[in-house]
Design a protein around this ligand. Structure first.
Ligand SMILES: NC(=O)c1ccc[n+]([C@@H]2O[C@H](COP(=O)([O-])OP(=O)(O)OC[C@H]3O[C@@H](n4cnc5c(N)ncnc54)[C@H](OP(=O)(O)O)[C@@H]3O)[C@@H](O)[C@H]2O)c1
Length: 352
């Protein structure tokens, strides 16, 4: 069986990554891809790595009518604020939507107003949208019509902490997440802070007083904890092109807990997850985004400092894969009843 797929925002980094994955997906026919800037031009006008694929297809303007004619499911890869008006129209004509933007991630429209400084035009759809983290919501994704994929920083932060929260291993009142992230997170259009001479070789904190992704991290961790949780989250721009690493600092409920018990908790929670790998051993002792680049894997691991009753949980992802397009395809596969690994079943690059 083949699903006819549309991609809105196909000329950006997540759109390009999506097209790279879908080019070899056994159950997908890409029928419609938008870019307002490159409309009428072949995908290679902006994605030279796709040379030889998608012969005959060109970028189109955004047209709901054409999507109704050509697509069953649409991926939306636009900046926040675009999907909230487009997606309701797509749902009304019976299409399924996998949204990579932030527009449907938060359940509370007041949170959206606070963090995104805009009134959400369709608060009724926030409840209907399923948060696209398969490790938490696989069953709900199966029957969803709208999947709201998490941000890349949120994906790394959440996957580092979920077993620790579920097993009540940590003091949920004291969580600090340090994030390092590569430049492709900022999208394809350069700005003063992101173009190469300014961005190369940086180790630069940004939005340290409250990055938007903290809202969805708090939303999901609060659900697990059963009470409101506040998280300190500080991202750092680093010189890499791809990759995100969450180092989540916690204080242990039982400072004498054995490291093996933590390992067992993570192994039990993630053992059957197709894209979660637990890193524990030598010489590559802790997760490093370098060893997941180009793949949908998330490598998780931890370190326990018994002397001060503290631990740090790590999660390493490729921000464009498990942090964006890879995870979106994983959700798409679940939604359509395909093998969850379809199009994604390849190891990371090395060296990368
Ligand atoms: N980069 C990441 O690591 C990452 C990770 C997770 C989630 N995300 C989220 O995914 C979305 C896309 O990110 P990205 O990095 O791919 O951004 P990007 O590289 O800047 O690409 C944005 C795409 O959206 C299109 N677009 C922009 N404004 C539009 C509008 N008003 N109507 C229709 N299309 C519009 C652009 O094409 P035209 O302007 O030519 O139409 C382009 O194809 C964002 O919401 C981002 O927050 C990104």
């Amino acid at each position: 069986m083949s699903v006819k797929v549309g991609v809105v925002g196909g000329s950006g980094y997540t759109g390009g990554e999506l097209l790279r994955i879908l080019a070899v997906h056994p159950n997908v026919e890409v029928t419609y891809v938008t870019s307002r800037e490159y409309a009428g031009k072949p995908f290679t006008a902006i994605h030279p790595h796709l040379r030889g694929f998608y012969k005959g297809l060109k970028f189109s303007e955004v047209s709901v009518q054409l999507m109704a004619e050509k697509c069953d499911t649409v991926f939306v890869n636009t900046p926040h604020g675009v999907s909230s008006s487009l997606t309701p129209q797509l749902l009304e004509i019976g299409l399924k939507v996998v949204d990579l933007s932030a527009d449907f991630r938060l359940k509370n429209h007041e949170d959206y107003r606070i963090w995104y400084e805009a009134v959400h035009p369709r608060p009724d759809l926030l409840e209907k949208a399923v948060y696209g983290l398969p490790e938490l919501y696989r069953e709900k994704i199966r029957s969803a019509t709208l999947v709201a994929c998490p941000g890349c920083n949120s994906t790394a932060a959440l996957l580092s902490l979920i077993p620790a929260f579920e097993q009540k291993l940590v003091d949920v009142e004291r969580i600090a997440v340090d994030l390092k992230v590569g430049s492709s997170e900022a999208g394809i259009k350069p700005s003063l802070g992101t173009h190469h001479p300014e961005r190369a070789n940086v180790m630069r904190p940004y939005e340290a007083e409250g990055h938007r992704h903290v809202a969805e991290v708090e939303q999901e961790l609060s659900k697990i904890a059963g009470k409101p949780v506040k998280v300190a989250l500080v991202p750092h721009a680093v010189g890499a092109v791809r990759g995100a690493l969450a180092s989540s600092h916690v204080w242990l409920q039982d400072p004498n807990i054995d490291e093996t018990d933590i390992w067992k908790a993570y192994a039990a929670r993630y053992g059957k997850e197709p894209f979660v790998r637990i890193v524990h051993g030598t010489p590559f002792r802790y997760p490093d985004p370098k060893y997941v680049i180009g793949s949908n894997f998330v490598d998780v691991g931890f370190a326990v400092e018994k002397r001060i009753g503290r631990a740090v949980f790590f999660a390493a992802i490729d921000n464009l894969m498990k942090g964006a397009a890879g995870q979106a395809v994983q959700c798409f596969n679940i939604l359509h009843g395909f093998d969850e690994r379809a199009g994604l079943n390849s190891p990371p690059l090395r060296p990368a």
